[in-house]
Design a protein. Structure first.
Length: 386
């Protein structure tokens, strides 16, 4: 066996989000006898730092990157003057073009070796950071649909120049890849679905569940950050329509975030107090997902919604809006439904699903044999990393 390849993954933070989760899953799956893995977290914070796989060396960015993942608007709301100063300084370097030289200077303070492969684990600033390093092969990981939401819209010139130095763009779905290639006019890309932590889901399903009510009514569930992207408000509106049409049900919301107060008020305004249950953040939602009849994803946009695959692994069919990756995940009748990505589409989709409880039960039975193709996906990543 030749010497192990050195891989560096670069992420801006490790909060409870999809990027950090799929990144940890990928790092855990890569063969330890083949790769020596480092993880650089530019702003070292987040619950999922605790879940970084054993054997991965975690590096921390310099103070220059302390606001890389923070919104200037949010910092102003909090009157965080230190954060405002750090963010303003970072934006000045980006707008002036001085960021290239600054990244090269900061990299020398952080990194003590050259890497065979460097992966920008979140497209955007991490792409720029990776592009102007000295790693032998540079990969940009694209995990959202840029045709709907362009996180780099304020720095298009800077990102486009950085992408000229990227060897390969890896998107988590075909739709996300096409969108990225269209927006940034790049052609060096492939689509590889995200790996799933199947054992985590299946072991989580074994824990006792007491939160789900079994009284003959269908049980619906969603797991999401309460963020505008996730559009939980549309799900509540659809739930109201279904109840008004005579389709009573329970709806469980797992998660939390900036919109929680607004969503709780919406539940009151729609008189859904007897329907909707807020369960808060849960590190293990999988038993509850498995115990429900239908998982609903009402998002405005995604890259490849990990939670869809997790629900299928848990044996629960999915109703999802037409987001990137959905048509690559919902591929058999028992997997669920894809609705038009509008309020009306979600309304009708939920009515259709709730109108046939026997069909829902049959779909759950058929999903008992569902298998996620992790081995095939891991082989595709290994081919990319070499």
């Amino acid at each position: 066996m030749t010497d192990k390849k050195r891989i560096l993954f670069v992420n801006d933070e490790m909060r409870m989000g999809g990027v950090a989760r799929v990144l940890n899953t990928l790092m855990a799956a890569l063969p330890k006898d083949r790769y020596d893995i480092d993880l650089l977290v530019l702003h070292k914070r987040g619950m999922l730092l605790e879940k970084v796989p054993e054997g991965v060396r975690v590096l921390e960015g310099t103070p220059f990157f302390s606001a890389v993942d923070l919104s200037l608007a949010d910092l102003w709301k909090k009157k965080d003057m230190q954060g405002i100063h750090a963010k303003t300084k970072l934006l000045f370097y980006m707008k002036s073009g001085l960021i290239v030289k600054k990244i090269q200077e900061e990299r020398k303070k952080i990194l003590d070796r050259q890497y065979d492969v460097e992966v920008a684990a979140k497209e955007g600033f991490c792409t720029i950071f990776t592009a102007y390093g000295d790693s032998k092969r540079k990969i940009n990981w694209v995990l959202t649909d840029y045709s709907v939401c362009n996180y780099s819209s304020n720095h298009m010139g800077l990102v486009k120049r950085a992408l000229q130095k990227i060897d390969l763009n890896v998107a988590d779905s075909e739709q996300a890849l096409i969108a990225y290639q269209t927006v940034f006019r790049v052609r060096n890309g492939v689509a590889i679905h995200n790996l799933m932590d199947v054992d985590l889901v299946k072991n989580g399903m074994k824990e006792p569940v007491t939160e789900i009510i079994h009284d003959g009514l269908p049980n619906l569930i969603t797991v999401a950050r309460f963020h505008p992207q996730k559009s939980i408000d549309r799900l509540l509106n659809a739930s109201r329509k279904a109840v008004s049409a005579g389709y009573r049900h329970h709806l469980y919301l797992i998660g939390g975030g900036e919109l929680e107060e607004e969503l709780r008020q919406q539940v009151k305004d729609l008189q859904l107090e007897d329907t909707v249950v807020f369960l808060g953040y849960r590190q293990n939602p999988y038993g509850m997902m498995a115990d429900c009849d239908l998982f609903v994803l009402p998002s405005l946009y995604e890259g490849f919604a990990t939670v869809i695959s997790e629900s299928l692994i848990a044996g629960t069919p999915v109703l999802t809006t037409d987001v990137s990756g959905a048509k690559e995940q919902i591929v058999r009748p028992e997997h669920g439904w894809i609705t038009e990505n509008t309020q009306e589409g979600l309304d009708q989709g939920l009515l259709n699903a709730l109108s046939d409880p026997a069909r829902l039960a049959q779909m759950k039975q058929q999903l008992a044999g569902y298998e996620y193709p992790n081995d095939q996906i891991l082989d595709e990543f290994i081919k990319v990393f070499g």
